[in-house]
Design a protein around this ligand. Structure first.
Ligand code: PLZ
Length: 444
């Protein structure tokens, strides 16, 4: 974290300030319209729980750049490791002249992911790229083609992962045709499922769809986020994921956990699968893996991972040496600073505060999440009807008051909180207070 960065929310201009307004005009003239922005301000510095903008405003960060800077922005170990690596060499291509950092990251992933079986890893750049490669590997291993994903899923914006992502607008609309052989099964969504649907019944419902509409003989992989991210921070009912894993195992289907958003201490465990008590065949990670540098990975059972022929997997930049140095420093930071426990403490603070808010405001329909991945689903008072307008209003008010908060959900009615684990209790509580005020203001 930059030494000079004071850990304090502090606004010195209207939001956005004049410099951000000027930069936004340049953005609109130079950057393709397809890239939207959540906040109207341009960043210059970030660390701990603060993002500072070009006008000198300091915001409380409850987003971590979408769950990426879990160890904090410019975390000290990451900065030192990347600085050392950038002076040694920036790129050789692991497929041309390999280097130790890549191997060390693979070893660390094989050690840290659930299960003590023999594993292998392979590195890429983005979450979507890793998801695509997990499917290549599952198809090579099973010699089957179909892939099952779930309602509300988000897996990326490339052609294959667009097909896997559920929501049309804004991710898919107008961008087809999409990749074939992707099938969608019903999820366990405790807040919206009928009350008698527990995890086991929800799994039966999904498996029934899979067996009837796809057939295990055709199915290479089942891909699921253990806690859905963009789809609304949906935590499935207990027993749902274990039942799916068991079914996959019995049917020669590769179970792939997409832990791009949930991985690396985010949910109060190194991986969300740990808290669900499941051992995926393959696990996809990205985001929090490298403290803000682009890196992603597929890790899993050695026999499945080794199914591809030599040179069947790859890419120019996958496992770039700077990103690998950052990943090793990130993992060291998580372990040395007890960040898994830190995420559990943050969970208690966030859930307590939000449950208290919910107690006297029934528009907070559901409060859910694990670790530093918590959300509130907003509905119209006295109903369970999604309220996307309220969500937008509260988020915008928080932004104006100096708090970065993100929204998500199929219905656009979920406020989600993904603070960096480097945030102080004080800043976190202040950020949630700002939110509480934003809620109260919408009632008057
Ligand atoms: N799988 C579970 O959450 C990325 C998307 C932001 P990439 N989520 C943030 C946006 O609007 O583009 C994500 C994810 C899960 C895969 C991905 C894709 O990861 O690194 O964005 O490709």
């Amino acid at each position: 974290m930059p030494q000079s960065l004071e850990q304090r929310r502090h606004l010195v201009t209207a939001i956005p300030g004049p410099r951000s307004i000027g930069l936004m005009a340049r953005k609109n003239a130079a950057v393709a319209r397809g890239i939207g922005t959540t906040m109207p301000v341009f960043a210059v510095e970030a660390g701990g729980g603060i993002v500072k903008d070009v006008d000198g405003n300091s915001f409380i960060d409850l987003g971590s750049g979408i769950a990426v800077t879990t160890v904090g922005n410019s975390a000290p170990r990451v900065v030192d490791a990347v600085r050392e690596q950038v002076e040694a060499f920036t790129h050789t291509c692991f497929m041309i002249t390999p280097y130790e950092g890549y191997v060390a990251v693979a070893e660390a992933l094989n050690r840290l992911t659930p299960g003590d079986h023999e594993k292998r890893s392979v590195l890429f750049n983005s979450g979507a790229e890793a998801v695509e490669n997990a499917i290549k590997i599952a198809r090579a291993h099973t010699k089957k083609q179909a892939v099952v994903v779930f309602d509300h899923a988000y897996h990326g914006r490339t052609n294959l992962t667009m097909a896997m992502t559920a929501k049309s607008m804004p991710y898919k609309s107008g961008f087809g045709p999409f990749a074939p052989e992707i099938y969608r099964a019903p999820l366990s969504y405790p807040y919206r499922d009928a009350k008698d649907i527990d995890g086991e019944l929800a799994a039966k419902r999904a498996i029934n769809v899979i067996e009837k509409q796809v057939g295990a003989d055709n199915l290479a992989a089942v891909v699921i986020e253990p806690i859905q991210g963009e789809g609304g921070f949906i935590v499935p009912a207990d027993g749902f994921l274990p039942a799916l894993v068991d079914w996959c195992q019995a049917n020669d289907v590769v179970f792939i956990a997409d832990e791009v958003q949930t991985g690396f201490a985010r949910t109060g465990a190194m991986f969300a699968s740990d808290r669900e008590g499941i051992v995926p065949d393959l696990l996809v990670s990205a985001k929090g893996i490298a403290g803000g540098l682009p890196l992603s990975a597929v890790t899993g059972r050695a026999d499945i991972m080794d199914a591809s022929h030599v040179s069947g997997l790859g890419g120019t930049y996958g496992g770039n040496p700077l990103a690998c140095a950052a990943a090793l420093a990130t993992i060291e930071t998580i372990e040395a600073e007890g960040l898994i426990e830190r995420a559990q403490k943050i969970e208690r603070i966030m859930l307590d505060t939000l449950h208290r808010l919910q107690a006297d405001d029934d528009r907070l329909g559901d409060v859910r999440g694990r670790g530093a991945m918590v959300a509130v689903e907003l509905v119209k008072s006295g109903t369970d009807e999604p309220d996307a307008d309220l969500t937008k209003t509260v988020a915008t008010a928080a932004h104006q008051a100096g708090v970065i908060v993100l929204t998500c959900g199929t219905y656009g009615n979920v406020l989600r909180f993904l603070p960096p684990l480097a945030i102080s209790d004080e800043l976190l509580i202040e950020g949630l207070d700002v939110l509480a005020t934003a809620f109260t203001d919408t009632r008057s």
